[in-house]
Design a protein around this ligand. Structure first.
Ligand SMILES: [Zn+2]
Length: 265
């Protein structure tokens, strides 16, 4: 709605807000002109706080409209405040969509790929995310620890597949002041090693889905031939350690574990 023409006719609704009478091809929601100059300047996106209706061609969607920039900003602020209230979170989890999930494969027509059927992929991913969150809250992972707070956001990769970033505070999370307890907790609940090759199914799953592949593409991880995500180290990391901000460097004790991303099992 940003950039809507100032020639739109405007009229006041019952509450005093100005409502655009022009229809928009991009949204069925009416554009609301705020009559609260203070709120407009709070986001720093108003050109003239003294006369917001006549001296600007910009329009703004109310934060009550799901997906609008103000709504997303409000959600982000709420999340940051909630994280502070619970004294920080314990885990950051990324859940990626897998086009080999049976719920997706069984619904494709012959010759189709999942990339052509977002009407299948998105609902399946949505259900998977909520199933995962349910398990997270009921203690299926992390040794029975239940999430007492969680928050997530869904993003889309370049080829269209969604992934969710999830943060959570656990009721059995480590005490951050105790470095040894933190290290023991991470090494117990987060896997960063290749499984035994005798467990063929598990080994092939890890090998297929959890290995980091360095890339020299423009948005890749290699810079001056060094992986900026720290995966190309030639020496094993025998113990988990934490940097000054509390982020872990995971234990990867053998040369085969160098490119294993942290995963749950
Ligand atoms: Zn890399």
């Amino acid at each position: 709605m940003k950039g809507t023409s100032r020639r739109q006719r405007k009229q006041k609704d019952a509450s005093g807000n100005y409502i655009s009478s022009a229809s928009s091809s991009s949204s069925s929601a009416a554009a609301t002109y705020f009559d609260d100059a203070t709120e407009m300047t709070a986001d720093g996106d108003n050109e003239d706080p003294n006369d917001p209706f006549e001296n600007t061609s910009r329009t703004f969607l109310n934060s009550s409209i799901t997906g609008s920039p103000r709504h997303l900003k409000e959600m982000a602020r709420n999340c940051l405040v909630a994280c502070t209230e619970v004294n920080g979170v314990d885990v950051f989890i990324t859940l990626t969509c897998n086009i080999d999930w049976p719920e997706i494969k069984v619904r494709l027509f012959p010759g189709q790929t999942a990339f052509e059927r977002e009407d299948i992929v998105c609902p399946v991913f949505h259900e998977r995310v909520h199933a995962f969150l349910h398990h997270l809250r009921t203690g299926r992972y992390f040794g029975g620890g239940k999430a007492i707070f969680d928050c997530h956001v869904i993003e889309y990769q370049h080829r269209g597949l969604p992934h969710a970033h999830i943060i959570a505070k656990l009721d059995n999370g480590p005490t951050k002041e105790d470095a040894d307890a933190c290290k023991a907790w991470v090494e117990t609940h987060v896997q960063t090693t290749m499984p035994d090759e005798d467990d063929a199914d598990y080994y092939s799953l890890v090998n297929e889905h959890v290995i980091h592949h360095c890339s020299s593409a423009s948005n890749g991880c290699l810079k001056d031939n060094v992986c900026k995500r720290g995966y190309s180290k030639t020496t094993p990391t025998l113990e988990t350690s934490f940097d000054e901000k509390g982020f872990p460097t995971y234990r990867r004790p053998t040369i085969n574990d160098r490119f294993v991303r942290a995963y749950l099992h």
